[in-house]
Design a protein around this ligand. Structure first.
Ligand SMILES: CC(C)(COP(=O)(O)OP(=O)(O)OC[C@H]1O[C@@H](n2cnc3c(N)ncnc32)[C@H](O)[C@@H]1OP(=O)(O)O)[C@@H](O)C(=O)NCCC(=O)NCCS
Length: 163
């Protein structure tokens, strides 16, 4: 059975820009829940303030969040035309229901509509869920960046999608 189609028939999915600083506490709380396995990966408010973030809202409930930096490479070097996805996340209780796929499809549509030529994103080497999801959507592995993450030390898999 195609679970995404049956779910989509009854669900209203919205992506709404996070208002900072008004919603900063809620953003950090969501980040803690989504990345609870890797506390070292949590962003601090000063970092969130630099991002363009969007709630993923399903039937009125926040289920996840996306965050971007425009015209930036994965290592924060300026890169015109590149949308750097800083965060893709779905709350643990909503995972494996197709919301991650829908969030990523929305990110790609967003990047196209904003005239970006490429999307870059990076994830822990051990993050099979994110890697698989990106590969399914056509992202390719550009490079492996050693020691990118800490606690635990781990390489980043850098993935790109040409638009
Ligand atoms: C990665 C993440 C967003 C996926 O969200 P999700 O809603 O569970 O994903 P979906 O249900 O849409 O899954 C889509 C596909 O991704 C892959 N996938 C998702 N979770 C997976 C897992 N645990 N193991 C292997 N593949 C997985 C599968 O190919 C899946 O398709 P399938 O369900 O038909 O097998 C979610 O696991 C998450 O928020 N993780 C924590 C945050 C994070 O690590 N973000 C990435 C770094 S920025």
């Amino acid at each position: 059975m195609d679970k995404s189609n049956t779910a989509a028939a009854t669900q209203k999915i919205e992506f709404r820009r996070v208002t900072v600083p008004a919603e900063m506490d809620a953003l950090c709380e969501l980040d803690r829940k989504i990345f609870h396995d890797f506390p070292a990966d949590l962003f601090i408010p000063e970092e969130w303030a630099e991002f363009e973030s969007y709630w993923m809202i399903v039937d009125g409930r926040v289920v996840g969040c996306s965050a971007f930096i425009r015209d930036s490479d994965f290592d924060d070097e300026p890169r015109p035309g590149c949308l750097h996805i800083m965060s893709t996340g779905v709350l643990p209780e909503f995972r494996r229901r197709g919301f991650g796929m829908k969030q990523k499809r929305w990110q790609i549509e967003f990047a196209k509509q904003q005239d970006f030529q490429v999307i870059v994103t990076n994830t822990r080497e051990s993050n099979v869920a994110m890697r698989e999801l990106n590969l399914k959507l056509g992202f390719v592995i550009r490079e492996v960046a050693p020691h990118f993450y800490y606690e635990p030390d781990e390489p980043a898999i850098v993935m790109e999608l040409q638009l």
